[in-house]
Design a protein around this ligand. Structure first.
Ligand SMILES: C[S@@+](CC[C@H](N)C(=O)[O-])C[C@H]1O[C@@H](n2cnc3c(N)ncnc32)[C@H](O)[C@@H]1O
Length: 207
């Protein structure tokens, strides 16, 4: 990732970490998480890596329900909040995960991959696949519904953040070139022209 691009994101999220840590999850995000947990438990998955973990609210949820969680984020303030919750957490860029191949049964990524430019998204998805065990599950949640990318000029964060959005068809096409698509769901949003895209993907590579 370009150094200035990364610095901007770190700065924006470091600044916002405290506010986000106080923030309750929307009920539809809680439902999404619960549904993924159910699948993890059904398939007896044990280890979960959360990328772009933010303040660690979701990692803590999975940890409290018996998963062996690892949380990473590029923002040191976010990782501080994760560690204050007692989580196993490290500052790390998901473009280069510092883990061996096939380290995790599952990966969870909520609203972080939308910061990856379209030119880089396939290599980031390949990096996620690399650390997933064969048959491992990957939850990907992003906003989308149209194909666009760029700095969001109305962003309340400073510096303003970069976002990349996909139409449902393009997103399905992208992920299906790398993973087996298990589930694709759309959650309508009250405000704006975007909806939430929720995907469960499987590393169907054989051992
Ligand atoms: C919108 S927040 C979502 C946080 C959390 N997943 C949640 O839903 O509450 C996006 C998070 O992704 C992190 N992030 C963005 N780019 C990243 C990268 N390249 N590597 C690791 N984390 C990244 C940000 O620092 C931020 O904490």
């Amino acid at each position: 990732m370009d150094a200035a691009f990364k610095r901007n994101l770190v700065q924006a999220y470091n600044f916002d970490a405290h506010r986000r840590n106080q923030h309750d999850k929307s009920s539809w995000k809680v439902d999404e998480r619960e549904q993924f947990l159910k699948l993890l438990l059904d398939e007896e998955k044990k280890s979960l890596l959360e990328i772009g973990a933010g303040t660690g609210q979701d990692s803590l949820y999975f940890f409290d329900r018996g998963l062996d969680t690892t949380s990473i984020d590029i923002s040191d303030e976010m990782i501080k909040a994760c560690k204050e919750k007692g989580l196993n957490a490290s500052v790390m860029d998901f473009y280069h995960l510092d883990y061996s191949d096939q380290s995790f049964d599952a990966v969870y990524a909520l609203n972080c991959l939308l910061h990856v430019p379209k030119a880089n998204i396939s290599s980031v998805l390949m990096e996620i696949k690399r650390v997933l065990k064969p048959n491992g599950l990957f939850y990907m949640g992003v906003y989308g519904g149209r194909d666009s990318e760029g700095v969001w000029e109305e962003d309340s964060c400073e510096p303003k953040r970069f976002f990349s959005f996909f139409s449902d068809a393009r997103l399905r096409e992208l992920v299906s070139s790398i993973f087996e698509l298990v589930y694709f769901n759309v959650v309508p949003q009250e405000k704006g022209d975007l909806h939430f895209q929720s995907l469960i993907l499987r590393n169907s590579t054989c051992e």
